[in-house]
Design a protein around this ligand. Structure first.
Ligand SMILES: O=C(O)CCC(=O)C(=O)O
Length: 294
């Protein structure tokens, strides 16, 4: 049993496999669009455990609260990374949940390593958007096999707060200037183009923007180059909570650059090498064995 806080809150019988297998058709959709919404992969018990943990995280004072300059100051955009280092409920998500198997299936990977987790909470009335971006520009890696699973822990309405994606943008091979929700200049590489705001109709008019109404337990899975963004939260009543968990597969190289994020620990490998460091990026799932920490 984990020695992290809240270990006692984790029920032993939470499912460790997805509610249904990821199909060949799901993989085709993911590879074509760079994003897919998988319905009902986490049970209500999972969602309730993580929703409670997410709300406690927001109240704890850790993490970052962003209702930037452009907001009316009424809402709250909360985000926090590596929650699984601080809370056994998120550690359970990282190591012993349906997430690693979903990641393995969509990446067609034999081995899945944990990268990091990130909470995104938008209180009702939050003005702050999630600026349009793709993820690889601020990650110290290059390669095709990095995946994010954004798990809805509350209902999400595409009309008021859903994450939006440009279908097929992972195949453009483009790295847009990273823009964090608080416009942190450390991540902004001036040599890269600014990402158009596809929500405001900028960019290619033929671009197909995808978004979904979601229920708790539905999972958005996206490729590291898929362009995405979100509005604030225009709902007057519904908090929007998602937790993103990111994993690595086989085709990945360590590539630290001046504007990439700091990991809690760097892999002990040379730039250009596969980041086979079991402490920095632990293996959580292996084909034929399944979850290693469950
Ligand atoms: O939840 C959001 O608004 C942003 C999510 C996101 O950018 C991500 O998961 O990579």
């Amino acid at each position: 049993m984990s020695s992290l806080p809240h270990a006692g809150a984790v029920a032993p019988d939470l499912p460790t496999r997805p509610a249904r297998p990821v199909t060949a058709s799901d993989i085709d959709d993911f590879e074509r669009d760079g994003v897919i919404c998988l319905r009902g992969m986490f049970t209500p018990a999972w969602c309730e455990l993580l929703r409670q943990a997410a709300e406690e995280a927001m109240q704890s004072g850790e993490g970052r609260v962003r209702e930037p300059q452009l907001g009316a100051g009424q809402g709250r955009f909360y985000s926090s990374v590596y929650q699984s280092d601080r809370d056994a409920r998120f550690a359970r998500l990282r190591d012993a949940s349906p997430a690693p198997e979903i990641a393995a299936s969509l990446m067609r990977a034999d081995t899945v390593r944990f990268f990091y987790d990130q909470l995104f909470i938008k209180a009702p009335g939050t003005a702050a958007p999630t600026p349009w971006h793709n993820d690889l520009p601020f990650w110290p890696f290059r390669g095709n096999d990095l995946i994010s699973l954004w798990i809805a822990l509350t209902p999400v309405s595409k009309a008021t707060s859903g994450v939006q994606y440009v279908a097929g943008s992972h195949r453009w091979g483009r790295m847009f200037r990273a823009v964090t929700p608080d416009y942190d200049p450390r991540f902004m590489d001036e040599t890269m183009d600014v990402c158009p705001d596809y929500g405001a109709g900028q960019g290619d008019p033929a671009a197909r923007v995808l978004s979904w109404d979601m229920q708790p337990g539905d999972v958005l899975c996206h490729h590291p180059l898929t362009v995405h963004g979100a509005s604030g939260n225009a709902s007057a009543t519904q908090t929007r909570i998602g937790v993103s968990i990111r994993y690595l597969g086989a085709q990945v190289e360590w590539d630290p650059r001046p504007h990439t994020m700091a990991l809690r620990r760097n892999p002990d490998v040379a730039p250009g090498a596969f980041p086979a460091d079991d402490v920095a990026l632990p293996v959580v799932w292996r084909r034929g064995e399944g979850l290693l920490q469950a």
